[in-house]
Design a binder for this molecule. Structure first.
Ligand code: ZN
Length: 157
């Protein structure tokens, strides 16, 4: 099902939102007095009581100094969180861009918010998919219906 499972960026195995075993981690770097977030990853959280705990979260030791529970970033509340990293809006004076690379960030937002993006992205490099979408508009490849067909292997059929 869309938006309830992801492929772990560390081990490649499924992460689910129910039960929730995912976490989003990223690095922060200071540039010109501002802190910018980058290198976002969706990984399994480390749950020690698990019979075989996942060791996918690189943590502070791996240079990933920030994290948030995966489920916080889902649904309408999740979109509010994700947008707050792009703009503080009218109450706090606007601006406040907090991400280093917009393309990387939008990839994360689509993984968490656009149905079938996570399932389709593994097929983005398929030649047939690229042939069909090379002349598409900026939005067409990322509409849920298109992504569903990419994931199912039925795009263009
Ligand atoms: Zn993992």
């Amino acid at each position: 099902m869309p938006l309830d499972s992801w492929s772990c960026d560390a081990c490649g195995k499924p992460i689910t939102s129910a039960p929730n075993d995912g976490i989003v981690v990223w690095r922060t770097r200071e540039t010109d007095g501002r802190y910018l977030d980058h290198d976002f990853k969706i990984v399994h959280k480390t749950i020690e009581p698990d019979p075989v705990p996942h060791r996918c979260d690189p943590g502070n030791a791996g240079g990933y100094d920030a994290h948030i529970d995966l489920t916080v970033l889902l649904g309408a509340d999740g979109l509010a969180w994700l947008l707050s990293w792009l703009s503080a809006g009218p109450f706090l004076g606007g601006g406040h861009l907090q991400v280093a690379d917009l393309d990387e960030y939008v990839n994360l937002v689509r993984r968490l918010q656009t149905p079938y993006y996570e399932q389709a992205r593994q097929n983005f490099n398929d030649e047939a998919v690229r042939d069909i979408l090379c002349d598409a508009s900026e939005v067409a490849p990322y509409l849920p219906d298109t992504l569903h067909r990419i994931a199912a292997g039925t795009l263009g059929k």
